[in-house]
Design a binder for this molecule. Structure first.
Ligand SMILES: Cc1cc2nc3c(=O)[nH]c(=O)nc-3n(C[C@H](O)[C@H](O)[C@H](O)COP(=O)(O)O)c2cc1C
Length: 172
């Protein structure tokens, strides 16, 4: 699948809005992710207003690119949909991660670029985002994806390391 090998984090965007049809296909890709017990505990918030994007950029030292992004999609875990707060039941973290990767790959397929921004479990970021965007207490902003038309395509090189692959038993 070409998108997997083409994908690289894009942090520089052209000042060009992302079409609503593309955003919808990107969201659809998120909804298609696998999830433990098929709980699908995700909900999405799409942010496109420049003032809001700038506010997100100020919530994390690693989210500065949001100010110039075409959109930010926040992937939230809904505790009522089975994203249990129980520390022994954190499958939802994997569910939301799978949805995040699906979204990043569809972004590539749409001719766009994007970057995954870690949000949960940083309490400050979670609180700041929830407060600004009215996220209810039963939803956790897990990850953000900043996306847009790439201003610069990052270079890539092969990352396959045969020495990190083990067959049958864990050899030397
Ligand atoms: C859980 C997670 C959190 C990340 N958080 C950030 C972030 O806050 N800011 C950022 O610029 N990149 C973030 N990234 C992107 C990584 O820096 C990037 O994936 C890594 O450097 C590899 O580069 P690549 O995506 O181009 O393959 C995050 C990636 C993951 C998986």
């Amino acid at each position: 699948m070409q998108a997997i090998f083409e994908r690289r984090s894009v942090r520089n965007f052209l000042p060009k809005p992302v079409e609503a049809e593309k955003v919808e296909r990107i969201l659809r890709a998120g909804f298609e992710a696998p999830s433990a017990h098929n709980r699908r505990p995700w909900e999405f918030l799409v942010v496109t207003e420049r003032e809001d994007l700038k506010a997100i950029a100020d919530m994390s030292p690693y989210a500065k690119m949001c100010a110039g992004a075409g959109a930010v999609i926040a992937l939230c875990a809904n505790l009522k949909l089975g994203a249990s707060p129980d520390p022994g039941d954190t499958w939802w973290v994997q569910d939301l991660s799978a949805a995040t990767e699906n979204i990043l790959l569809q972004i590539v397929d749409e001719g766009l670029g994007g970057v995954w921004l870690g949000w949960y479990p940083d309490e400050g970021r979670v609180r700041a985002f929830a407060s600004r965007f009215g996220i209810p207490g039963h939803s956790i902003p897990f990850s953000l994806v900043a996306l847009g038309y790439p201003a610069k395509i990052p270079s890539r090189k092969d990352r396959f390391y045969p020495e990190k692959v083990h067959y049958g038993v864990w050899g030397p």
